[in-house]
Design a protein around this ligand. Sequence first.
Ligand SMILES: O=c1[nH]c(=O)c2[nH]c(=O)[nH]c2[nH]1
Length: 302
Amino acid sequence: MADPRPEHVLSDLQHGKAECRIVKVDRSSDLHVLHDLNVTTQLRGDFATAYTEGDNSHVHATDTQKNSVYALAREHGVTSPEAFLMVLADHWSAQPWVTGTWFAAEQHAWERLPANGHSFVRSGQETRTAWVQTYGDVRFVLAGLTDLVVLKSTGSEFRGFPRDRFTTLAETDDRILATSVTATWRYAGADTDGATDWATDWDTAYAAVRAALLGAFATTHSLALQQTIHAMATAALDACPDIAEIRIQCPNKHHFLVDLEPFGLDNPGEVFHAADRPYGLISATVTRAGAAAEPRAWAGIG
Ligand SMILES: O=c1[nH]c(=O)c2[nH]c(=O)[nH]c2[nH]1
C-alpha cells in the first residue's frame, strides 16, 4: 500500500529492547565469574510499513529481542561485553528484513571476595561500555567507560584566559582538578564479511586504555582540562594500537577555595567547596593520523 502521507518522509527507523539487565554466572570452575550487563538492542531495516500502516509482519518484537539476549548468553556464554554484542550482531544481522543493527552494553564490575569462590563485591566506580553496529556486512566496534571519577589535589593551573567585563575568575597556578571521565574509542578496521574474527583481546585492550587514561591524568601537569583531555586521548592511542580514535568528555568538577578570613583563618589550599553545578563541560576527539573517519560507527551514540 502507498504511504498514506506521501508529503512526509519517514527515516531513521529502529526498534529494539533497551536496558536488558542480565547477570551471567560463569560456573565453569569453583571460582565463579560474574558478567553483569545492561544490554540494548536496536534493529534497522525494512520496517516502514509498521509505522505507515501498522503492518507488523516484519517487526521482530522487542520482547523477542529481549529473549534473545538471555538465550544467546546461555548458548554462547559471555566473556566480554564486546564479544557478547558480536554474538547478538551475528544473530540479528542474519534475520529477515534486518539491514543493520546496533547493540550497546554497560558492564558493572564485580570482584570475588577472598572467603570463597562465589561471593562478590561491586568493584570499580566506572562503568565499562561497548557498542557494535552493523550495516549489512560492515561492522564497527566501539568501547569505552563512563563515570571514571578522578581528582588531583595539585599539579593543575588555569591562567592566561581572556578577560572581559564579565570575567571574575581569578588566575590560579594551583587548584584542584577533578572530573568524571567519559571516553569512547573505536577499534580500527571494520569487518566487511560479517565475521567475528577481530584479533583484539577486548579485556586486555580495555585495561590498557583505562590505565593510559589514568596515567596521563596523574602525570600531566595540567594547564587546562583541555590539555589533560588531549594527553589522556593520545596516551590511549599510544597504549592500544588497535584503536583508531577516541572521544573524551569531561565535566570540570569545580572545587572552590573557601574564604576563611572572616573566621580569622588562612586557607592554604586545604578547604574547598565541591560545587556540583554548573560545571564546565569539555570534550574532544583525537584520531590516529591516517585513520579514516567512520561516522557510521558513531550513529546514535552520544
Ligand atoms: O581547565 C579549564 N578549562 C576551561 O575552559 C575553564 N573555564 C573555567 O572557567 N575554568 C576552566 N578550567
